[in-house]
Structures are given as C-alpha cells and as structure tokens.
Design a protein around this ligand. Structure first.
Ligand SMILES: Nc1ncnc2c1ncn2[C@@H]1O[C@H](COP(=O)(O)OP(=O)(O)O)[C@@H](O)[C@H]1O
Ligand SMILES: [Mg+2]
Length: 228
C-alpha cells in the first residue's frame, strides 16, 4: 500500500497450459498490486513466466484461476469483447520487437490505436499524436516509415503509440531487448520522464538486473512465483 489508487490487483492468479495430459503450471498463486504512479519492474530469467504474466496483466489472455481487479472492478469473468475495451482504452503496450506497421508512416502508426477507442475522437487524437511524437524527439521524422529509423527510434515511436489513448497503465515487455546500450539508456530516460513528470504508471518486464534497478519498485519472478 502506498496511498495511491489501485490500478491492477491480482489475487491468487494461476496459469496452466495443457500439453496432452501434461499440466504445465506456469504462474503459481500470483498476488500483486500495481498503484497509480508506480514505476515497476518485473524481473526474472527466461522462461520464468514474465510474458505469460504480462499477457494476463494486459488482458491479452485469461488466467486459469484467481481474481483480477482493474481499478477495483472484478474483471475475472469479463468476455473477450469487454476485455478488448479495457485493453484499447486503458492499457498501452510496448514490445521487444516494436511491432510497428511498416506500410504506414510514423504519424499513422502513432494515431492508429485511437481508431479502436470510441472515447478518443480522431481530431483530438491527431493533435495528441503530434505532441507525443514531439515528446519522444521524432518530429522531424513524422512522415518517415519505420524501416527508415534506427531500432531506438522505432521503440520511441512505439512509446508514443502506447500513449495515444492516455492509458491508465503502460506495460513494456523487454522493451530494450533488441537495442544497443545507447538506445537502451535513451528509452529508459523517456520512461523515467513519463513517470516522474506525467505520472504515467509503467511496468517494465525484463530479464536484466541492470534495467530493473532503475525503476522505483522491483519485483522478481522465478519459476512462476513472485518475490516482492
Ligand atoms: N502457449 C503455451 N503453451 C505451453 N507452454 C507455454 C505457452 N506459452 C508459454 N509457455 C511456457 O511457459 C513458460 C514461461 O514462458 P514465458 O511467460 O514466455 O516466459 P518469459 O517471458 O519469462 O521468458 C515457458 O516454459 C514456456 O515454454
Ligand atoms: Mg518473455
């Protein structure tokens, strides 16, 4: 507890995959609360269940059992459609491989998620996209295609895109995993600024201790178990 409102609370979350008769328990009774303004890292070795956890946090996948509260609302039994609304309106995603659309320019990539959010009118989203592209220092590249940018620049575009719907939380899965050390520190500086100056709630998932050290709060996951 830190006095800030709760964004996500997981209670006794498990995730089991089945391979034939084999039961693979990937997440084991996860209890985790994320608060507004948190700058949190979830660190663990490869295969420890980080992406599985991120997919559940991000409403991209459902837990096998347990309770998921999003802003104090129990969404454990929400339909796929209801979950997709939470995802598009409340959550921003950043992935290791940037996941930009290569046939669209930077501006179009950033504005794209607003099209799926009925609460973000297009005229407003266009203005916001320009502001965000400026914020990540890419105004001079606004009409360029992703393949004309470096990896670090592409990830900056992905950060701007993640913020277009003013999400209540941003989830970044190995956001610097494909980047050199210089681009990594650029990206981490942007996260820190967003958290400190704009009060954006950010969760970074990483296997690197060096990266997890820079966040305000750290959690470790090992073999599907959280150590706080
Ligand atoms: N769809 C799936 N079916 C079966 N096993 C899976 C599936 N997805 C992930 N796993 C297994 O779950 C474990 C955790 O995977 P993952 O969450 O991707 O780990 P991390 O992101 O920490 O590297 C791994 O052993 C992986 O093989
Ligand atoms: Mg992973």
């Amino acid at each position: 507890m830190n006095g800030n409102p709760s964004i996500i609370k997981l209670e006794d979350i498990t995730k089991i995959y089945y391979q034939g008769k084999l039961e693979l328990k990937i997440l084991k009774n996860i209890n985790l609360e994320i608060f507004k303004g948190d700058y949190l890292s979830i660190m663990g070795p490869s295969g420890s269940g980080k992406s599985t956890l991120m997919n559940i946090l991000g409403c991209l996948d459902k837990a096998t059992s347990g309770k998921y509260l999003f802003e104090n609302r129990d969404i454990s039994n929400f339909s796929d459609l209801q979950l997709s609304e939470i995802r598009s309106q409340k959550i921003g995603f950043i992935f290791q491989s940037f996941n930009l659309l290569h046939n669209y320019n930077i501006f179009e990539n950033v504005v794209m998620p607003s099209i799926y959010n009925k609460n973000n009118p297009f005229t407003k989203a266009k203005e916001r996209a320009k502001e965000l592209i400026d914020l990540v220092g890419l105004s001079s590249r606004i009409n360029h295609r992703p393949n004309e940018l470096s990896g670090g620049q592409q990830q900056r575009v992905a950060i701007a895109r993640a913020l277009i719907n003013n999400p209540h939380i941003v989830l970044a899965d190995e956001p610097t995993g494909n980047l050199d050390s210089e681009s990594t520190s650029e990206i981490l500086k942007i996260f820190e600024k967003l958290n400190r100056e704009n009060n954006v709630t950010i969760v970074i998932i990483t296997h690197e201790a060096e990266i997890s050290k820079i966040t305000n709060r750290q959690i470790i996951i090992k073999d599907g178990i959280i150590h706080q």
